[in-house]
Design a protein around this ligand. Structure first.
Ligand SMILES: Nc1ncnc2c1ncn2[C@@H]1O[C@H](COP(=O)(O)OP(=O)(O)OP(=O)(O)O)[C@@H](O)[C@H]1O
Ligand SMILES: Nc1ncnc2c1ncn2[C@@H]1O[C@H](COP(=O)(O)OP(=O)(O)OP(=O)(O)O)[C@@H](O)[C@H]1O
Ligand SMILES: [Mg+2]
Ligand SMILES: [Mg+2]
Lengths: 258, 258
């Protein structure tokens, strides 16, 4: 029974891509099969696997707007022998919101595209870009649950409110079953009072939505994509890798909230 | 003779808002009058001044889509006695790209809105959101020059190419006079090889576009907005404040590239 999880937060640079990659690899370590979907025209997820698709190359963009281009056709397998597939993005996706813009079921394009392949995977993880536009709505409609990375800094916490409103709207009109798996504190700088205050406020406001562990700041996370590796491959015994394994465990055990 | 500078980079969380605020305050310190324009629906700039505009409140959104709402009417003055004005944003701006979407001069909405007031200021700084869409195009059309904050990490460097292509397109079709003032390394973690390698590669590829100074990572930058202060007010003798003063100096002296 596959589960589709969107990793979303409209704020930029808060660890969405990093979470999709490392949660994905942690799930694979625990014996699960995983599909990663890059839904950001900036294609950081794709770049982290060394996929630099030129414009017009077949990416998730064509899948969304052309019925004859399927996810199956464009899926890549970056780790031979591992049950991991990646659906890459490219800059063409920037046009997707316009091109889908007036089609009748425009919010369901991704859900429909994933339908034929989702049964092949235990988990489908969707990497959203830093927007609340139609692409992110597609992710929220396709998803069974969402994970929200929360950068442990003031300006990032301020953005959570808008995100929860968008989720509420999608639930009302498009995907009543959508659940919030949880909020993951990211880039937590343990040496500062600021990070601690931000996470305390997050726990006050969002309670048990907030996972009981945080991902601490470490340059290893920035180095890993340059090596085209996940952190779990680049530095397998790093504390940050351990946190993503914890997250995978909690997710597998089905912790969810409405 | 006023100069309009757009601070832009489609990558999220790279220091655009932080640069607009602190460059703005550094210019004020040097006796210049400054207008800051928040062009991001996430409104981090506005939030950093304590402006939390509800939906429907008069923000830059209404200025862009209604001829009777002027910048003059919605400008705020956050520091009595200082020649600093702020044009706030709110979440309504997320709809701007759709609402402007098919108007004939949609790329000129911001330029036209700034025309009546720009002469009152030495500098107008525009804070762009993490996109390359119509709002950012408006900023690139309105601007005389752009500053590009570059987060000193691998995934952020990968995004520069797309940004330069967008700038080239705007120059070809909409704003031939647009100049690049420079690329500012941000959130530079001096203790890591990674940050050094990223900036070295940036200098190899972009040469003298890259300013000869970088803004180092410091939690003080994250704390300052929580105190509704720029870093120059919150920690005036902090090295990061000093770098923004250097940037202001270089900008005032008119360093520019084609
Ligand atoms: N725990 C961490 N410590 C230090 N750096 C991190 C950590 N997690 C992620 N990073 C780095 O921070 C940057 C932003 O992370 P990431 O790309 O995952 O964010 P994002 O939310 O996907 O950004 P965008 O909104 O642009 O899609 C990247 O360079 C990444 O390698
Ligand atoms: N030199 C620095 N050291 C440490 N933190 C910084 C530095 N500069 C900015 N920050 C913090 O990093 C976060 C992102 O910065 P900022 O909001 O300026 O980026 P942005 O590019 O405007 O993001 P967005 O794409 O979401 O608009 C903020 O919490 C900010 O306070
Ligand atoms: Mg990302
Ligand atoms: Mg910003």
């Amino acid at each position: 029974m596959s589960r589709i999880i969107a990793v979303t937060n409209q704020k930029g640079g808060v660890g969405k891509t990093t979470t999709v990659i490392n949660l994905g690899f942690a799930l694979i370590e625990k014996g699960k099969s995983v599909l990663l979907v890059d839904l950001d025209p900036q294609a950081s997820l794709s770049q982290s696997f060394g996929y630099a698709l030129a414009s017009k190359e077949q990416s998730i963009y064509l899948v969304l707007i052309r019925p004859n281009v399927t996810v199956e056709r464009i899926m890549r397998y970056p780790r031979p022998g591992k049950p991991l597939a990646v659906v890459p993005a490219n800059i063409d996706l920037a046009a997707a919101e316009l091109d889908l813009g007036d089609k009748p079921h425009r919010a369901f394009a991704l859900k429909n595209a994933l339908q034929p392949v989702r049964h092949r995977f235990d988990f489908v993880l969707i990497d959203c870009g830093p927007t609340l536009g139609l692409l992110t709505v597609n992710a929220l409609v396709a998803a069974d649950e969402i994970i929200i990375p929360l950068l442990a800094e003031y300006l990032a916490l301020r953005g959570m409110h808008n995100l929860f409103e968008s989720v509420a709207r999608v639930r009302q009109r498009l995907n009543p079953a959508l659940k919030i798996a949880g909020i993951l504190g990211t880039m937590y700088d343990g040496r500062t009072i600021h990070a601690r205050e931000v996470m305390e406020e997050a726990r006050e406001v969002y309670g048990t939505y907030v996972f009981p562990f945080v991902v601490r700041k470490s340059v290893r996370f920035a180095e890993a994509p340059a090596a085209e590796r996940s952190l779990l491959e680049y530095a397998p015994s790093h504390p940050g890798a351990e946190v993503y394994r914890q997250l995978a465990e909690v997710i597998i055990n089905g912790r969810q909230h409405a």
